[in-house]
Design a binder for this molecule. Sequence first.
Ligand SMILES: Cc1cc2nc3c(=O)[nH]c(=O)nc-3n(C[C@H](O)[C@H](O)[C@H](O)COP(=O)(O)OP(=O)(O)OC[C@H]3O[C@@H](n4cnc5c(N)ncnc54)[C@H](O)[C@@H]3O)c2cc1C
Length: 416
Amino acid sequence: MVLTSNYDVIILGAGASVLLCAFTAALRGRRVLVLEKANKVGKKILMSGGGKCNFTNHFVEADNYISANPHFCKAALKRYSQWDFIAMVESHGIEIEERKHSQQFCKNSAKDILTLLLDECALAGAEIKTHCEINNVDAVDIKGYSDKYQYEDSRSRYQIEITHDHTTQKLTCHSLVIATGALSIPSLGGSGVGYDIAKQFSLTLTERRAGLVPLMFSDNLKAMCERLSGLAIEVELTCRVQTFTENLLFTHRGISGPVVLQISNYWHPGDTVSVNLLPNFNVSEWLINSKHKNGKLLLRTLFNKKMAKALVIELQTLWWPELADIPLAQFSDKQLINIANNITNWQLKPSATEGYRTAEVTLGGVDTNGISSKTMEAKQQPGLYFIGEVLDVTGHLGGYNFQWAWSSGYSAGLVV
Ligand SMILES: Cc1cc2nc3c(=O)[nH]c(=O)nc-3n(C[C@H](O)[C@H](O)[C@H](O)COP(=O)(O)OP(=O)(O)OC[C@H]3O[C@@H](n4cnc5c(N)ncnc54)[C@H](O)[C@@H]3O)c2cc1C
C-alpha cells in the first residue's frame, strides 16, 4: 500500500542547517516534515568541536568563507547573525566557553546545542522522521499555471517517494528544501544526494574537494612526521596567498592541527606550503648574534631553546648534518642565514589530503549563481531550496560552518 500525505514544507536531511529552517518555518504556521536517512539527527553537531561544538564566532565576515561568489553569503549572515544564535543559546541557559580567535563553544557538551534545536522544532510543531530512504524526488506537473499563480498557490509542487518502516510513502509539498550536507565523513551522514537533486533540476555544480582536512606526504617527510607524531608546535603556514598562524600537529601520515586544516582549504594538488617554524621572530639576526655571544654552543643546543628537541634533531639532519658537531663560531654568516631561511620558509610538498574520510567540510557544491542569496531558492526552479554545506559556501575553521548552516537555514525558513 502506498500512503500519501501533503505538507507545506519537506526538508531532506536533519543536520545543522535544517533544524533552524524547520522551526523557523513551523513558527510561521507552515506544516513541516523533516526526512533523515540516518537513525539519529544532527550527528555532526554531536561530534563537532571535540564534543563541545564550536557553534559560532564573535567575528563573522564574508572573508571567512570560500565560494566562487564571495558575496553570496553576506545577506544570510546579516539576516541571522552570530549574535542571533548566541542569544538563542543563552536563552536556553547553555553555558558558553570562548576560546582563542573568538571561537564560541559549549562549556558542557555539544548535545546542548542539538537539544536546543530539537526542543525548538518540537515547540514549533515541526515533524522529524529518521530512517527514511528517499527513493525519488519529482516536480509535480504544474504547467499551465502562470508564474505568479505558482508562487501564490499553496498546492503541491514536489513529490517525494520514501521508504520508511518497510512502507513506501508518497509525500507532496509546496516547498522542498535540500539540506543533505556534503561528502565529508560518510559515517556521519556525508552524501552526494543534494548534488544529484541539483543536477536533476539543471542546477550547476562547482568542483568539489575535501576541506579542513589533514595533509599527507609520500616522500621521506612521511617517515619524519611519523617519528614526530604527537608533537604540536605553533607555526605560520602559507599556501598561495593565504597565511594562518596556529598549531601544527605531526601525525603518522603527515601534518594536521588547526593551522593545517585552515590552509587545506586553499591547497590544491601540486602546491607547496611554506612553514615558518618561528613566526614573528628574526631568526637570522638571533643566530648571528648568538654566534658572537655564545660561539662555543652547538647550533642544535641553541635551537633547543626555541623548539622541541625531537624536531631540532630532524631539522639538523635536513639542513646542517655535516655541521652537526661544529661549534656555532665556525659557521659562516651565510650558512646561518641559509639555515634561518629554511626555518622561516620551509617548503613542504604534500602528496594529498586525507580526503573525505576525515575532512570536516566539502569545498564547492551547488553553484550559488543559480540560487537567491536572500531566500536560498533556486532561481529557475520555484519552490526548491538549498541550505547549508550542499551549497558552494565553505567556512574557515572556527565556528563559521555552523554559522552558515544557521544563517542559510533561517533565510529559507522565513519564506518556504
Ligand atoms: C567531525 C566534524 C567536526 C566539525 N566541527 C565543526 C565545528 O566545531 N564548528 C563548525 O562550524 N563546523 C564544524 N563542522 C562542520 C559542520 O558540521 C557542517 O558544516 C554542518 O554540519 C553542515 O550542516 P548541514 O545541515 O549542511 O549538513 P549536515 O549537518 O551534514 O546534515 C546533513 C544531514 O543530511 C542527512 N542526509 C544525507 N543524505 C540523505 C538522504 N539521502 N536522505 C535523507 N537525509 C540525508 C545526513 O544524514 C545528515 O543528517 C564539523 C564537521 C565534522 C565532520
